[in-house]
Design a protein around this ligand. Structure first.
Ligand SMILES: NC(=O)C1=CN([C@@H]2O[C@H](COP(=O)(O)OP(=O)(O)OC[C@H]3O[C@@H](n4cnc5c(N)ncnc54)[C@H](OP(=O)(O)O)[C@@H]3O)[C@@H](O)[C@H]2O)[C@@H](O)CC1
Ligand SMILES: Nc1ncnc2c1ncn2[C@@H]1O[C@H](COP(=O)(O)OP(=O)(O)O)[C@@H](O)[C@H]1O
Ligand SMILES: [K+]
Length: 511
Protein backbone atom coordinates (compact mmCIF):
# COMPACT_ATOMS: atom_id res chain seq x y z
CA UNK A 1 0.00 0.00 0.00
CA UNK A 2 1.34 3.40 -0.97
CA UNK A 3 1.89 6.16 1.53
CA UNK A 4 1.30 9.54 -0.09
CA UNK A 5 2.07 13.01 1.16
CA UNK A 6 -0.58 15.43 2.42
CA UNK A 7 -0.20 17.35 -0.83
CA UNK A 8 -0.65 14.24 -2.97
CA UNK A 9 -3.75 13.28 -0.98
CA UNK A 10 -5.22 16.71 -1.61
CA UNK A 11 -4.48 16.27 -5.34
CA UNK A 12 -6.02 12.79 -5.30
CA UNK A 13 -9.09 14.25 -3.58
CA UNK A 14 -9.37 16.91 -6.30
CA UNK A 15 -8.81 14.41 -9.08
CA UNK A 16 -11.55 12.17 -7.65
CA UNK A 17 -13.95 15.08 -7.56
CA UNK A 18 -13.07 16.14 -11.13
CA UNK A 19 -13.26 12.68 -12.68
CA UNK A 20 -16.17 11.15 -10.85
CA UNK A 21 -18.23 14.28 -11.12
CA UNK A 22 -18.91 13.94 -7.44
CA UNK A 23 -18.90 17.15 -5.45
CA UNK A 24 -16.49 17.62 -2.61
CA UNK A 25 -19.49 17.88 -0.27
CA UNK A 26 -20.89 14.57 -1.44
CA UNK A 27 -17.50 12.87 -1.18
CA UNK A 28 -17.38 14.03 2.42
CA UNK A 29 -20.86 12.67 3.01
CA UNK A 30 -19.76 9.34 1.55
CA UNK A 31 -16.69 9.25 3.82
CA UNK A 32 -18.77 10.10 6.86
CA UNK A 33 -21.04 7.14 6.10
CA UNK A 34 -18.00 4.82 5.90
CA UNK A 35 -16.69 6.07 9.23
CA UNK A 36 -20.12 5.95 10.79
CA UNK A 37 -20.51 2.29 9.80
CA UNK A 38 -17.25 1.45 11.52
CA UNK A 39 -18.20 3.29 14.70
CA UNK A 40 -21.71 1.85 14.67
CA UNK A 41 -20.33 -1.66 14.30
CA UNK A 42 -18.51 -1.16 17.60
CA UNK A 43 -21.02 0.93 19.56
CA UNK A 44 -24.20 -0.81 18.37
CA UNK A 45 -26.36 2.17 19.30
CA UNK A 46 -24.95 2.55 22.82
CA UNK A 47 -26.22 5.70 24.61
CA UNK A 48 -22.67 6.82 25.43
CA UNK A 49 -22.20 10.61 25.12
CA UNK A 50 -20.30 11.49 21.96
CA UNK A 51 -18.57 14.85 21.76
CA UNK A 52 -17.37 15.83 18.33
CA UNK A 53 -14.84 18.67 18.09
CA UNK A 54 -14.75 20.16 14.59
CA UNK A 55 -12.34 22.64 13.04
CA UNK A 56 -13.40 24.93 10.23
CA UNK A 57 -11.49 23.27 7.40
CA UNK A 58 -12.39 20.07 5.57
CA UNK A 59 -11.49 17.94 8.58
CA UNK A 60 -14.13 19.88 10.46
CA UNK A 61 -16.49 19.23 7.55
CA UNK A 62 -15.84 15.50 7.97
CA UNK A 63 -16.66 15.84 11.66
CA UNK A 64 -19.95 17.62 10.92
CA UNK A 65 -20.96 15.09 8.28
CA UNK A 66 -20.21 12.32 10.78
CA UNK A 67 -22.21 14.14 13.47
CA UNK A 68 -25.20 14.19 11.15
CA UNK A 69 -24.95 10.43 10.55
CA UNK A 70 -24.67 9.72 14.25
CA UNK A 71 -27.56 11.99 15.21
CA UNK A 72 -29.72 10.42 12.51
CA UNK A 73 -29.05 7.00 14.02
CA UNK A 74 -30.03 8.10 17.51
CA UNK A 75 -26.63 8.61 19.11
CA UNK A 76 -26.24 11.20 21.86
CA UNK A 77 -24.06 13.69 20.05
CA UNK A 78 -22.83 17.13 21.05
CA UNK A 79 -20.97 18.95 18.31
CA UNK A 80 -18.49 21.75 18.99
CA UNK A 81 -16.84 24.01 16.45
CA UNK A 82 -13.51 25.66 17.17
CA UNK A 83 -14.57 28.86 15.54
CA UNK A 84 -11.26 30.65 15.75
CA UNK A 85 -10.94 32.10 12.25
CA UNK A 86 -13.16 33.37 9.49
CA UNK A 87 -11.54 31.17 6.81
CA UNK A 88 -14.18 28.47 6.84
CA UNK A 89 -13.94 25.87 4.08
CA UNK A 90 -17.00 25.70 1.79
CA UNK A 91 -17.39 22.01 2.68
CA UNK A 92 -17.42 22.94 6.34
CA UNK A 93 -20.20 25.50 5.73
CA UNK A 94 -22.24 23.03 3.65
CA UNK A 95 -22.17 20.32 6.32
CA UNK A 96 -22.76 22.87 9.06
CA UNK A 97 -26.02 23.79 7.35
CA UNK A 98 -26.96 20.15 6.72
CA UNK A 99 -26.90 19.39 10.45
CA UNK A 100 -30.12 21.30 10.88
CA UNK A 101 -31.89 18.68 8.74
CA UNK A 102 -31.48 16.20 11.59
CA UNK A 103 -31.51 18.23 14.80
CA UNK A 104 -32.73 21.46 16.25
CA UNK A 105 -29.51 21.73 18.24
CA UNK A 106 -26.97 23.67 16.26
CA UNK A 107 -23.32 22.84 16.85
CA UNK A 108 -21.89 24.81 19.76
CA UNK A 109 -19.58 27.50 18.44
CA UNK A 110 -16.59 27.91 20.71
CA UNK A 111 -15.40 31.48 20.50
CA UNK A 112 -11.84 30.53 21.35
CA UNK A 113 -11.78 32.65 24.46
CA UNK A 114 -14.15 30.85 26.77
CA UNK A 115 -13.66 27.90 29.08
CA UNK A 116 -13.74 24.44 27.67
CA UNK A 117 -16.88 22.28 27.71
CA UNK A 118 -17.31 19.80 30.54
CA UNK A 119 -16.11 16.33 29.67
CA UNK A 120 -16.56 13.04 31.49
CA UNK A 121 -14.36 9.98 31.48
CA UNK A 122 -17.06 7.89 29.82
CA UNK A 123 -17.49 10.32 26.87
CA UNK A 124 -16.22 9.42 23.46
CA UNK A 125 -14.39 12.37 21.95
CA UNK A 126 -14.13 12.61 18.22
CA UNK A 127 -11.29 14.79 17.03
CA UNK A 128 -12.08 16.49 13.72
CA UNK A 129 -10.23 19.74 14.39
CA UNK A 130 -7.31 19.48 11.96
CA UNK A 131 -6.34 16.85 9.43
CA UNK A 132 -3.76 16.97 6.68
CA UNK A 133 -4.19 20.74 6.30
CA UNK A 134 -2.27 21.55 9.49
CA UNK A 135 0.57 23.83 8.49
CA UNK A 136 2.01 25.18 11.74
CA UNK A 137 2.06 24.29 15.41
CA UNK A 138 -1.23 24.75 17.24
CA UNK A 139 -1.00 27.68 19.64
CA UNK A 140 -3.06 29.95 21.88
CA UNK A 141 -6.50 28.86 23.09
CA UNK A 142 -6.51 25.95 20.67
CA UNK A 143 -3.30 24.62 22.21
CA UNK A 144 -4.97 24.76 25.62
CA UNK A 145 -7.94 22.90 24.19
CA UNK A 146 -5.68 20.11 22.89
CA UNK A 147 -4.02 19.84 26.31
CA UNK A 148 -7.44 19.81 27.95
CA UNK A 149 -8.65 17.02 25.65
CA UNK A 150 -5.46 15.06 26.20
CA UNK A 151 -5.84 15.33 29.96
CA UNK A 152 -9.28 13.74 30.02
CA UNK A 153 -9.26 9.97 30.27
CA UNK A 154 -12.17 9.85 27.78
CA UNK A 155 -11.56 7.74 24.65
CA UNK A 156 -10.36 9.90 21.76
CA UNK A 157 -11.00 8.93 18.17
CA UNK A 158 -9.16 10.95 15.49
CA UNK A 159 -10.62 11.58 12.08
CA UNK A 160 -7.97 11.16 9.36
CA UNK A 161 -5.20 12.31 11.72
CA UNK A 162 -4.81 13.33 15.34
CA UNK A 163 -5.04 17.13 15.27
CA UNK A 164 -1.66 18.79 15.43
CA UNK A 165 0.24 15.87 13.91
CA UNK A 166 1.91 16.55 10.56
CA UNK A 167 1.46 13.90 7.87
CA UNK A 168 4.96 13.74 6.49
CA UNK A 169 7.16 16.60 7.61
CA UNK A 170 9.34 17.10 10.66
CA UNK A 171 7.79 18.74 13.68
CA UNK A 172 8.52 19.51 17.28
CA UNK A 173 6.52 16.90 19.18
CA UNK A 174 6.48 19.10 22.24
CA UNK A 175 3.86 21.23 20.42
CA UNK A 176 0.19 20.35 21.06
CA UNK A 177 -0.94 17.15 19.35
CA UNK A 178 -4.04 15.12 20.17
CA UNK A 179 -3.15 11.81 21.75
CA UNK A 180 -5.75 9.55 20.16
CA UNK A 181 -6.63 6.03 21.18
CA UNK A 182 -7.71 5.20 17.65
CA UNK A 183 -7.44 6.92 14.28
CA UNK A 184 -9.41 6.38 11.09
CA UNK A 185 -7.04 7.43 8.33
CA UNK A 186 -8.41 8.17 4.87
CA UNK A 187 -7.21 6.09 1.91
CA UNK A 188 -3.63 5.60 3.15
CA UNK A 189 -1.92 5.94 6.51
CA UNK A 190 0.46 8.88 6.75
CA UNK A 191 4.22 8.51 7.03
CA UNK A 192 4.30 10.05 10.52
CA UNK A 193 2.22 7.12 11.83
CA UNK A 194 5.18 4.79 11.40
CA UNK A 195 7.96 6.88 12.85
CA UNK A 196 9.11 6.46 16.43
CA UNK A 197 8.74 10.11 17.48
CA UNK A 198 5.27 10.69 16.05
CA UNK A 199 3.68 7.24 15.67
CA UNK A 200 2.40 7.10 19.22
CA UNK A 201 -0.16 9.89 18.70
CA UNK A 202 -2.52 7.83 16.53
CA UNK A 203 -3.16 5.04 19.03
CA UNK A 204 -4.20 2.09 16.92
CA UNK A 205 -5.10 3.12 13.41
CA UNK A 206 -7.25 1.83 10.64
CA UNK A 207 -7.20 2.81 7.00
CA UNK A 208 -10.57 3.59 5.48
CA UNK A 209 -10.62 3.22 1.72
CA UNK A 210 -12.59 6.25 0.60
CA UNK A 211 -12.35 5.50 -3.12
CA UNK A 212 -9.91 8.16 -4.32
CA UNK A 213 -9.19 8.26 -8.05
CA UNK A 214 -7.49 4.90 -8.84
CA UNK A 215 -5.54 6.38 -11.73
CA UNK A 216 -4.04 9.08 -9.55
CA UNK A 217 -3.27 6.56 -6.84
CA UNK A 218 -1.62 4.19 -9.32
CA UNK A 219 0.57 6.87 -10.89
CA UNK A 220 1.55 8.69 -7.71
CA UNK A 221 5.15 8.14 -6.62
CA UNK A 222 4.83 7.09 -2.99
CA UNK A 223 6.82 8.44 -0.06
CA UNK A 224 6.99 4.84 1.11
CA UNK A 225 5.15 1.56 0.74
CA UNK A 226 3.66 -0.62 3.44
CA UNK A 227 4.05 -4.33 3.01
CA UNK A 228 0.51 -5.67 3.16
CA UNK A 229 -0.26 -9.36 3.79
CA UNK A 230 -1.29 -9.65 0.12
CA UNK A 231 2.02 -8.19 -1.05
CA UNK A 232 3.89 -10.56 1.26
CA UNK A 233 1.90 -13.52 -0.03
CA UNK A 234 2.83 -12.65 -3.60
CA UNK A 235 6.51 -12.83 -2.64
CA UNK A 236 6.31 -16.41 -1.46
CA UNK A 237 7.87 -19.07 -3.75
CA UNK A 238 6.32 -22.52 -3.36
CA UNK A 239 8.60 -25.54 -3.56
CA UNK A 240 8.84 -27.87 -6.49
CA UNK A 241 7.82 -31.46 -5.77
CA UNK A 242 11.02 -32.88 -7.28
CA UNK A 243 13.38 -30.49 -5.57
CA UNK A 244 16.20 -31.47 -3.22
CA UNK A 245 18.14 -29.68 -0.53
CA UNK A 246 20.69 -28.45 -3.06
CA UNK A 247 17.95 -26.32 -4.60
CA UNK A 248 17.48 -24.31 -1.42
CA UNK A 249 20.93 -22.92 -0.96
CA UNK A 250 23.62 -23.08 1.67
CA UNK A 251 23.84 -20.44 4.38
CA UNK A 252 27.22 -19.98 6.00
CA UNK A 253 26.98 -17.95 9.16
CA UNK A 254 29.96 -16.28 10.73
CA UNK A 255 28.77 -15.52 14.22
CA UNK A 256 29.44 -16.02 17.91
CA UNK A 257 32.26 -15.46 20.38
CA UNK A 258 32.93 -16.45 23.98
CA UNK A 259 29.78 -15.62 25.96
CA UNK A 260 27.78 -14.87 22.80
CA UNK A 261 27.52 -18.27 21.17
CA UNK A 262 23.75 -18.05 21.56
CA UNK A 263 23.71 -15.42 18.80
CA UNK A 264 25.19 -18.02 16.46
CA UNK A 265 22.68 -20.64 17.57
CA UNK A 266 19.82 -18.21 16.93
CA UNK A 267 20.86 -17.05 13.48
CA UNK A 268 21.71 -20.58 12.30
CA UNK A 269 18.50 -22.00 13.58
CA UNK A 270 16.47 -19.18 11.99
CA UNK A 271 18.12 -19.82 8.61
CA UNK A 272 17.04 -23.46 8.92
CA UNK A 273 13.54 -22.53 10.04
CA UNK A 274 13.29 -20.25 7.01
CA UNK A 275 14.03 -23.17 4.75
CA UNK A 276 17.68 -22.93 3.73
CA UNK A 277 18.71 -26.31 2.24
CA UNK A 278 21.93 -26.47 4.26
CA UNK A 279 23.38 -24.35 7.02
CA UNK A 280 26.97 -24.26 8.18
CA UNK A 281 28.14 -22.32 11.22
CA UNK A 282 31.62 -20.83 11.12
CA UNK A 283 32.41 -20.49 14.83
CA UNK A 284 35.17 -20.03 17.37
CA UNK A 285 36.61 -23.44 18.28
CA UNK A 286 35.14 -23.59 21.79
CA UNK A 287 31.61 -23.23 20.40
CA UNK A 288 31.64 -26.43 18.36
CA UNK A 289 30.02 -28.70 20.93
CA UNK A 290 27.45 -26.04 21.77
CA UNK A 291 26.36 -25.62 18.15
CA UNK A 292 26.43 -29.32 17.34
CA UNK A 293 24.38 -30.28 20.35
CA UNK A 294 21.89 -27.41 20.04
CA UNK A 295 21.29 -27.79 16.32
CA UNK A 296 21.84 -31.32 14.99
CA UNK A 297 20.76 -30.24 11.49
CA UNK A 298 23.65 -27.86 10.92
CA UNK A 299 27.30 -28.39 10.05
CA UNK A 300 30.13 -26.49 11.71
CA UNK A 301 33.57 -25.20 10.80
CA UNK A 302 35.75 -24.31 13.75
CA UNK A 303 38.00 -21.31 13.49
CA UNK A 304 41.56 -21.61 14.76
CA UNK A 305 40.63 -18.97 17.32
CA UNK A 306 39.38 -20.55 20.52
CA UNK A 307 37.13 -17.73 21.73
CA UNK A 308 36.71 -15.60 18.61
CA UNK A 309 36.65 -16.25 14.89
CA UNK A 310 40.10 -15.27 13.72
CA UNK A 311 40.21 -16.68 10.18
CA UNK A 312 38.00 -17.74 7.30
CA UNK A 313 38.87 -20.99 5.50
CA UNK A 314 36.35 -23.31 3.89
CA UNK A 315 35.80 -25.21 0.68
CA UNK A 316 32.04 -24.95 0.34
CA UNK A 317 30.80 -23.68 -3.00
CA UNK A 318 28.02 -21.14 -3.46
CA UNK A 319 27.37 -19.95 0.04
CA UNK A 320 25.09 -17.20 1.30
CA UNK A 321 27.11 -15.43 3.96
CA UNK A 322 25.41 -14.12 7.08
CA UNK A 323 27.92 -12.35 9.25
CA UNK A 324 27.90 -10.46 12.50
CA UNK A 325 25.72 -11.73 15.35
CA UNK A 326 27.81 -11.97 18.52
CA UNK A 327 30.99 -11.82 16.45
CA UNK A 328 33.11 -9.37 18.48
CA UNK A 329 35.11 -6.54 16.95
CA UNK A 330 38.77 -7.27 17.76
CA UNK A 331 41.51 -6.96 15.14
CA UNK A 332 41.66 -10.68 14.30
CA UNK A 333 37.90 -10.88 14.00
CA UNK A 334 37.91 -7.81 11.83
CA UNK A 335 40.51 -9.32 9.45
CA UNK A 336 38.51 -12.55 9.23
CA UNK A 337 35.41 -10.49 8.44
CA UNK A 338 37.25 -8.66 5.66
CA UNK A 339 38.57 -11.93 4.25
CA UNK A 340 35.10 -13.46 4.23
CA UNK A 341 33.63 -10.43 2.47
CA UNK A 342 36.38 -10.30 -0.10
CA UNK A 343 35.44 -13.80 -1.27
CA UNK A 344 31.77 -13.01 -1.88
CA UNK A 345 30.18 -11.89 -5.10
CA UNK A 346 26.52 -12.47 -4.19
CA UNK A 347 24.62 -10.34 -1.65
CA UNK A 348 25.48 -11.04 1.98
CA UNK A 349 23.67 -10.25 5.23
CA UNK A 350 25.62 -8.08 7.68
CA UNK A 351 24.30 -7.58 11.19
CA UNK A 352 25.40 -6.52 14.67
CA UNK A 353 29.19 -6.60 15.16
CA UNK A 354 29.62 -6.97 11.40
CA UNK A 355 28.13 -3.48 11.17
CA UNK A 356 30.28 -2.21 14.02
CA UNK A 357 33.42 -3.48 12.30
CA UNK A 358 32.29 -1.81 9.11
CA UNK A 359 31.74 1.51 10.88
CA UNK A 360 35.29 1.33 12.24
CA UNK A 361 36.85 0.30 8.90
CA UNK A 362 35.51 2.38 6.08
CA UNK A 363 37.86 0.68 3.58
CA UNK A 364 35.81 -2.54 4.01
CA UNK A 365 32.87 -0.98 2.19
CA UNK A 366 34.50 -1.77 -1.13
CA UNK A 367 34.44 -5.49 -0.25
CA UNK A 368 30.68 -5.63 0.16
CA UNK A 369 28.84 -7.15 -2.81
CA UNK A 370 26.16 -5.03 -4.44
CA UNK A 371 22.66 -5.43 -2.96
CA UNK A 372 23.95 -6.81 0.29
CA UNK A 373 21.55 -6.42 3.21
CA UNK A 374 22.63 -4.53 6.32
CA UNK A 375 20.35 -4.84 9.35
CA UNK A 376 21.22 -2.12 11.89
CA UNK A 377 19.27 -1.22 15.00
CA UNK A 378 19.45 2.49 15.79
CA UNK A 379 22.69 2.21 17.78
CA UNK A 380 24.42 0.52 14.86
CA UNK A 381 22.78 2.86 12.38
CA UNK A 382 24.09 5.94 14.15
CA UNK A 383 27.62 4.64 13.76
CA UNK A 384 27.00 4.18 10.05
CA UNK A 385 25.24 7.45 9.19
CA UNK A 386 25.95 9.77 12.12
CA UNK A 387 23.36 11.46 14.33
CA UNK A 388 20.07 12.49 12.81
CA UNK A 389 17.98 15.56 13.59
CA UNK A 390 14.65 13.74 13.44
CA UNK A 391 13.06 10.62 11.96
CA UNK A 392 12.84 12.17 8.49
CA UNK A 393 16.51 13.10 8.52
CA UNK A 394 17.27 9.50 9.59
CA UNK A 395 15.47 8.22 6.50
CA UNK A 396 17.19 10.71 4.17
CA UNK A 397 20.62 9.79 5.53
CA UNK A 398 19.82 6.09 5.20
CA UNK A 399 18.68 6.58 1.58
CA UNK A 400 21.94 8.36 0.83
CA UNK A 401 23.99 5.51 2.29
CA UNK A 402 21.93 2.94 0.40
CA UNK A 403 22.52 4.80 -2.87
CA UNK A 404 26.20 5.58 -2.25
CA UNK A 405 27.10 2.03 -1.26
CA UNK A 406 24.56 0.11 -3.33
CA UNK A 407 23.23 -1.82 -0.36
CA UNK A 408 19.83 -2.45 1.18
CA UNK A 409 19.42 -1.16 4.72
CA UNK A 410 16.95 -2.74 7.10
CA UNK A 411 16.34 -0.13 9.79
CA UNK A 412 15.04 -2.17 12.69
CA UNK A 413 12.41 -0.81 15.04
CA UNK A 414 8.73 -1.05 15.91
CA UNK A 415 8.07 -0.47 12.20
CA UNK A 416 11.18 -1.75 10.51
CA UNK A 417 11.89 0.13 7.28
CA UNK A 418 13.81 -1.41 4.39
CA UNK A 419 15.66 1.23 2.40
CA UNK A 420 16.64 0.45 -1.16
CA UNK A 421 17.98 3.56 -2.86
CA UNK A 422 15.21 6.13 -2.71
CA UNK A 423 12.53 3.55 -1.94
CA UNK A 424 11.19 2.84 1.52
CA UNK A 425 9.29 -0.32 2.49
CA UNK A 426 7.58 -0.15 5.85
CA UNK A 427 6.81 -3.24 7.87
CA UNK A 428 3.55 -3.46 9.76
CA UNK A 429 3.96 -6.81 11.53
CA UNK A 430 5.63 -7.39 14.89
CA UNK A 431 4.97 -6.28 18.44
CA UNK A 432 6.79 -4.98 21.51
CA UNK A 433 7.31 -8.56 22.71
CA UNK A 434 10.01 -8.69 20.05
CA UNK A 435 12.05 -6.17 21.99
CA UNK A 436 13.98 -9.08 23.47
CA UNK A 437 17.61 -10.16 23.26
CA UNK A 438 18.48 -12.07 20.13
CA UNK A 439 15.42 -11.29 18.04
CA UNK A 440 17.65 -9.38 15.61
CA UNK A 441 19.92 -12.43 15.29
CA UNK A 442 16.85 -14.39 14.25
CA UNK A 443 16.02 -11.78 11.62
CA UNK A 444 19.47 -12.01 10.07
CA UNK A 445 19.12 -15.81 9.81
CA UNK A 446 15.68 -15.50 8.22
CA UNK A 447 16.90 -13.04 5.60
CA UNK A 448 19.93 -15.20 4.82
CA UNK A 449 17.64 -18.24 4.54
CA UNK A 450 15.57 -16.41 1.92
CA UNK A 451 18.63 -15.19 0.00
CA UNK A 452 19.93 -18.78 -0.09
CA UNK A 453 16.62 -19.85 -1.62
CA UNK A 454 17.19 -17.35 -4.44
CA UNK A 455 14.78 -14.69 -3.37
CA UNK A 456 16.19 -11.47 -4.81
CA UNK A 457 17.86 -9.27 -2.21
CA UNK A 458 15.09 -6.70 -1.82
CA UNK A 459 12.42 -9.40 -1.51
CA UNK A 460 14.55 -11.31 0.98
CA UNK A 461 14.85 -8.16 3.12
CA UNK A 462 11.23 -7.07 2.93
CA UNK A 463 9.65 -10.54 3.10
CA UNK A 464 12.05 -11.62 5.84
CA UNK A 465 11.13 -8.65 8.00
CA UNK A 466 7.41 -9.32 7.38
CA UNK A 467 7.66 -13.01 8.34
CA UNK A 468 9.82 -12.27 11.39
CA UNK A 469 7.19 -9.85 12.69
CA UNK A 470 4.30 -12.15 11.83
CA UNK A 471 6.06 -15.03 13.60
CA UNK A 472 6.33 -12.78 16.67
CA UNK A 473 2.65 -11.85 16.40
CA UNK A 474 1.46 -15.43 16.17
CA UNK A 475 3.80 -16.58 18.94
CA UNK A 476 2.62 -13.76 21.22
CA UNK A 477 -0.91 -15.18 21.10
CA UNK A 478 0.45 -18.15 23.05
CA UNK A 479 3.32 -16.60 24.99
CA UNK A 480 2.13 -12.99 25.48
CA UNK A 481 4.55 -10.17 24.73
CA UNK A 482 6.42 -10.81 27.95
CA UNK A 483 6.98 -14.50 27.27
CA UNK A 484 8.39 -14.07 23.76
CA UNK A 485 12.01 -15.14 23.36
CA UNK A 486 14.07 -14.99 20.22
CA UNK A 487 14.14 -18.78 19.86
CA UNK A 488 10.33 -18.89 20.09
CA UNK A 489 9.98 -16.24 17.37
CA UNK A 490 12.25 -18.37 15.21
CA UNK A 491 10.17 -21.48 15.81
CA UNK A 492 7.07 -19.66 14.59
CA UNK A 493 8.46 -18.80 11.16
CA UNK A 494 6.61 -21.80 9.70
CA UNK A 495 3.38 -20.59 11.28
CA UNK A 496 3.99 -17.18 9.70
CA UNK A 497 4.30 -18.80 6.28
CA UNK A 498 1.10 -20.80 6.77
CA UNK A 499 -0.61 -17.62 7.90
CA UNK A 500 0.03 -16.05 4.48
CA UNK A 501 -2.56 -18.46 3.12
CA UNK A 502 -5.12 -18.15 5.89
CA UNK A 503 -8.50 -17.08 4.47
CA UNK A 504 -9.44 -13.46 5.20
CA UNK A 505 -11.79 -13.18 8.20
CA UNK A 506 -15.37 -12.43 7.11
CA UNK A 507 -16.43 -8.80 7.70
CA UNK A 508 -19.54 -8.54 9.90
CA UNK A 509 -22.66 -7.54 7.95
CA UNK A 510 -23.47 -3.82 7.97
CA UNK A 511 -26.98 -2.69 8.83
N1 LIG B 1 -7.25 14.40 1.11
C1 LIG B 1 -8.35 13.74 0.82
O1 LIG B 1 -8.35 12.87 0.01
C2 LIG B 1 -9.58 14.08 1.52
C3 LIG B 1 -9.52 14.90 2.62
N2 LIG B 1 -10.58 15.15 3.35
C4 LIG B 1 -10.45 15.87 4.61
O2 LIG B 1 -9.82 17.09 4.42
C5 LIG B 1 -8.82 17.27 5.42
C6 LIG B 1 -7.87 18.30 4.98
O3 LIG B 1 -8.65 19.45 4.92
P1 LIG B 1 -8.05 20.92 4.82
O4 LIG B 1 -7.04 20.95 3.77
O5 LIG B 1 -9.19 21.83 4.73
O6 LIG B 1 -7.28 21.05 6.19
P2 LIG B 1 -7.71 20.91 7.71
O7 LIG B 1 -6.80 19.89 8.30
O8 LIG B 1 -9.15 20.73 7.91
O9 LIG B 1 -7.29 22.31 8.35
C7 LIG B 1 -7.06 23.40 7.54
C8 LIG B 1 -7.54 24.64 8.26
O10 LIG B 1 -6.77 24.81 9.42
C9 LIG B 1 -6.06 26.06 9.40
N3 LIG B 1 -4.83 25.77 10.07
C10 LIG B 1 -3.80 24.99 9.69
N4 LIG B 1 -2.91 24.87 10.68
C11 LIG B 1 -3.40 25.59 11.73
C12 LIG B 1 -2.95 25.82 13.04
N5 LIG B 1 -1.82 25.32 13.51
N6 LIG B 1 -3.71 26.62 13.85
C13 LIG B 1 -4.84 27.13 13.42
N7 LIG B 1 -5.33 26.93 12.17
C14 LIG B 1 -4.62 26.16 11.35
C15 LIG B 1 -6.00 26.44 7.97
O11 LIG B 1 -6.08 27.82 7.84
P3 LIG B 1 -4.88 28.80 7.55
O12 LIG B 1 -3.59 28.03 7.47
O13 LIG B 1 -5.22 29.41 6.25
O14 LIG B 1 -4.92 29.73 8.71
C16 LIG B 1 -7.31 25.85 7.45
O15 LIG B 1 -8.39 26.71 7.78
C17 LIG B 1 -8.28 15.88 5.58
O16 LIG B 1 -7.54 15.68 6.74
C18 LIG B 1 -9.57 15.11 5.60
O17 LIG B 1 -10.17 15.17 6.91
C19 LIG B 1 -11.85 14.52 3.01
O18 LIG B 1 -12.91 15.20 3.50
C20 LIG B 1 -11.96 14.32 1.53
C21 LIG B 1 -10.85 13.52 1.01
N1 LIG C 1 8.45 -2.59 19.77
C1 LIG C 1 8.72 -3.42 18.76
N2 LIG C 1 7.76 -3.73 17.86
C2 LIG C 1 8.04 -4.55 16.83
N3 LIG C 1 9.26 -5.12 16.60
C3 LIG C 1 10.24 -4.84 17.46
C4 LIG C 1 10.04 -3.98 18.56
N4 LIG C 1 11.20 -3.89 19.24
C5 LIG C 1 12.10 -4.65 18.57
N5 LIG C 1 11.52 -5.23 17.50
C6 LIG C 1 12.19 -6.07 16.50
O1 LIG C 1 13.06 -6.98 17.17
C7 LIG C 1 14.33 -7.01 16.53
C8 LIG C 1 15.40 -6.52 17.51
O2 LIG C 1 16.65 -6.55 16.89
P1 LIG C 1 17.99 -6.16 17.65
O3 LIG C 1 17.82 -4.86 18.36
O4 LIG C 1 19.09 -6.28 16.69
O5 LIG C 1 18.06 -7.31 18.75
P2 LIG C 1 19.30 -8.21 19.17
O6 LIG C 1 20.53 -7.38 18.98
O7 LIG C 1 19.06 -8.51 20.63
O8 LIG C 1 19.26 -9.42 18.33
C9 LIG C 1 14.20 -6.16 15.28
O9 LIG C 1 13.85 -6.95 14.18
C10 LIG C 1 13.07 -5.20 15.64
O10 LIG C 1 12.38 -4.73 14.52
K1 LIG D 1 -8.40 15.23 13.26
Amino acid sequence: MKILSAQQLAEADQSTIDKNQISSNDLMGHIAKLIFDKIHQRLQGSPVPIKIFCGIGKNGGDGLALARQMIQHGYHVTTYVTNCSKKRAPEFLYHYDKIKEVTKDWPILLSCKEDFPDLHPQDIIIDAIFGTGINRPIDGWMADLVHYLNKTPAFKLAIDMPSGLYANTPQDIATPIIQAQHTFSFETPKLSFFLSQTGKFTGTFEVVQIGLDPEYMMKAAPLAQIITPDAAKSMYKPRDKFSHKGDYGHVLTMAGSKGKVGAAVLSNSAALNMGAGKVTAYIPAHANVILQSSLPEIMTISSLGENFITDFEHDIKDITLCVGPGLGTGDDVSSAFAKALSQQSLPVVIDADGLNILSDNSDYWKLIPKNSILTPHDGELEKLIGQWKDDYDRLEKAKKLSIDKDVILVLKGAHTIAVSGKNLYINDTGNPGMATAGSGDVLSGIIAGLLAQKYDALTAAVFGVFLHGRAGDIASQTYAHEGLKASIISNFVGAAILDLFRPEPQQPQQQ
